[in-house]
Design a protein around this ligand. Sequence first.
Ligand code: FES
Ligand code: FE2
Length: 374
Amino acid sequence: MSSWTRSRYTGQAEFDDERRAIFEKSWMCVGHSSALPKTGSFLRAEVGGESVLIVRGKNGNLRAMLNLCRHRGALLCVDERGELGKSIRCEYHGWTYDLDGRLVGAPYINDLPRELKEDRDLYSAAVDIWNGFVWVNLDVHAAPLTDQLDPLVHARFEGVDVLSRYSLADLQVVHTISYDVGANWKMVYENFCECYHCPSMHPELCATVPQFRSGYGTVGGPVAEGAHLADGATGFSLSGQSTAAPLPGLPDDEDPMFYGLLLWPSVSLNLTSDHALCMRIEPRSPGRTRVVADWLYHPDAIADPAFDPTDAVKLFDITNRQDWEAIERVQLGAKSARFEQVYSPHEHLVGSFHQWVDDALHRTATASSEGSAK
Ligand code: FES
Ligand SMILES: [Fe+2]
């Protein structure tokens, strides 16, 4: 596996190429459908270079549209999430769209020339749901979401249906933390790909999942089937104690396990016996990445008056901050003219990730050169 040059992590031109080839052409996870409980609920997400609204419409279906008023280009919503009611109204001059993004009204609309009112609906994006998670693609002609995800899931679990046991579609987000990380998105993702750093960076994580002291996590093998928790631990938390009953699809007497699943380019999904943790990334600039972590539990657990996920949130929040500190140092290292990287066998999955990125860039470069040759 060859090392990328430092410009791959610092260059604006390289970042722009990735935005066009990857983030504006891939399905990107924007959250969990439980965050959109009713008609008019919305989420706002940054996808590629666009601000996108995901809205639950009147028929209960989800719609994704650019968060861009078709009058003079104001952002329609600046909140991260909320309720729109029956329509989307731009605060600037009051142009109003229905929940499907159709322009339905504007002040003094009868004074507007017909051509100004035509074709002024919000731009749409593709949206789909996978195991309860909401995914958006700016390319409305993109291949189906499952084309992107199924090969990754199959490669990870080798055809065994691990996911359905975690009833991900039924879970609800109980806690969210957004991190502003001073590193290129690929450094964030490379860090997800390996556990070689776990023994030195993550004492708390290794105390709960001792296998990680070997430098091998569950995504990079060799224990592809998952990792056992420490002796006596009952849950994936700072104390090692469970924070809820086991998820309903798991047998009560099953040894609690931890599984990681990478769904590049945007998600690291962690499955534990009593909750799930979804980490998704939004690349912001060559040296900045927003990472959003959602902790998800089953509604039966949440309904318990004694429910408290703090112990579980603490473990991965501590772990995340340790990771960001480490990769921000690598980003600083990328200022050096002598910057290069070598990878141990523990880090073999970084090579698979690099290959995926390079293939995506190559596909787009080939398509655009074929297009310009016509
Ligand atoms: S910019 Fe939205 S109504 Fe004018
Ligand atoms: Fe880590």
